[in-house]
Design a binder for this molecule. Structure first.
Ligand code: F0G
Length: 354
């Protein structure tokens, strides 16, 4: 008997900014797998765990925040929600809006989002605007529209509510491991998730459910690393499209998470990201989208530089599902054999017969 009914219907509700009257707009998000990676543990000499956020209903961690954002939007009587997105936020907003019976408007950078994500927004019936510009342009326009029109902004910017939902990932990790890890690695784009995850660990410490805090290690793609350089990037460029962000909306929160935790914010190249992407699929059996692999790439980079103490317990957020970006997967190359339907031909192709 499955007793999980989504974050807003779980024990974690007490930490969400909702009242007893708030309706629950849920797709049973959360409660995602936490898997030990034996090979990353062996490689690094650490105890490495993967938090598989691609197992959420729309395939990314965004659902944790969107259940809260849409539940509160419905409670406040909103009829339309709006967001800017590199793809996952729009997919999640569209699905939760459909479930809630409200309209979703999504602004995405034209030609820069994975097709799986665009098709999710299409199928859930969102009004889609493809903007000739970057994600940062979309973000600016979404904020301006929300200020002047009756539409509720569901980006995490200025929306503590969504970040409160995203904090739950830390609660699940501490509840599963019995304590906070030493280090938490994750990819960073718009800055919301590292801010929320850090906030979740702090909430659990204050509540006495953990006795310590992890160091937060955030990783940006080298071509889109404003938080590493300390200034916005006008033309961000990475094949990890989900984190192709030049001017993060939650800039201060992301920097604070790194600094307050004694952690770091560093860059990894697209080559490193795609190597980690292949490794996760090929060794761990987890198909995560490219951006999701940035945390693993970062950990391996630290290890290669001799900057990783052995024996640490490390959790890595794998933020989204690999099925969202099939172009990225097939572009990466693959081999297959083509044969007739004769069993002997297939046996030969497989090297089972001469
Ligand atoms: N990983 C994935 C798969 C994402 O979609 C995002 C952000 C991140 C990591 C970074 O998280 O922005 O909170 O620092 N995607 C946003 C979007 C920008 O529009 O879907 P962040």
């Amino acid at each position: 008997m499955n007793t999980w009914h989504g974050l807003i219907n779980s024990d974690y509700r007490r930490w969400l900014p909702v009242t007893p009257d708030t309706p629950a707009i849920s797709l049973n998000e959360g409660n995602t797998p936490l898997l030990r990676s034996d090979h990353l543990s062996a490689t690094t000499g650490c105890d490495v765990w993967l938090k598989v956020e691609g197992a959420n209903p729309t395939g990314s961690f965004k659902d944790r925040g969107m259940t809260v954002a849409l539940s509160l939007a419905v409670e406040s009587g909103a009829e339309t929600v709006i967001c800017a997105s590199t793809g996952n936020t729009s997919a999640s907003a569209a699905a939760y809006a459909a479930r809630a019976g409200v309209s979703a408007a999504v602004l995405v950078p034209k030609g820069r989002i994975a097709l799986g994500k665009l098709s999710q927004a299409v199928r859930h019936g969102a009004r889609i605007v493809e903007i000739d510009g970057t994600f940062d342009d979309c973000m600016r326009v979404a904020r301006e529209l929300a200020a002047d029109h009756p539409v509720a902004l569901v980006n995490s910017v200025g929306n503590e509510l969504r970040l409160a939902g995203q904090r739950t990932v830390a609660y699940e990790i501490v509840d599963a491991l019995g304590e906070a890890p030493d280090v938490h690695c994750l990819p960073v784009g718009n800055g919301g998730n590292i801010t929320a995850t850090w906030g979740g660990y702090r909430t659990y410490l204050e509540a006495g459910r953990a006795t310590r805090l992890p160091r937060m290690w955030g990783f940006q793609a080298a071509g889109a690393a404003p938080l590493v350089h300390g200034r916005p990037v006008a033309e961000p460029c990475t094949a990890a499209s989900a984190i192709n962000v030049g001017n993060p909306a939650t800039w201060d929160g992301a920097v604070a998470a790194g600094e307050e935790s004694g952690g770091l914010m560093a860059a990894v190249s697209d080559e490193q990201i795609f190597a980690a992407y292949r490794m996760l699929a090929g060794r761990d059996g987890v198909f995560a989208e490219p951006a999701s692999a940035a945390g693993v790439a970062g950990l391996l980079d630290r290890h290669a530089r001799g900057a990783l103490e052995p024996g640490l317990r490390i959790v890595i957020t794998l933020s989204g599902n690999g099925l969202k970006d099939l172009d990225a997967s097939l572009r990466d190359g693959y081999t297959s054999a083509e044969t007739s339907a004769a069993t002997a031909d297939v046996a030969r192709a497989l090297g089972l017969a001469a």
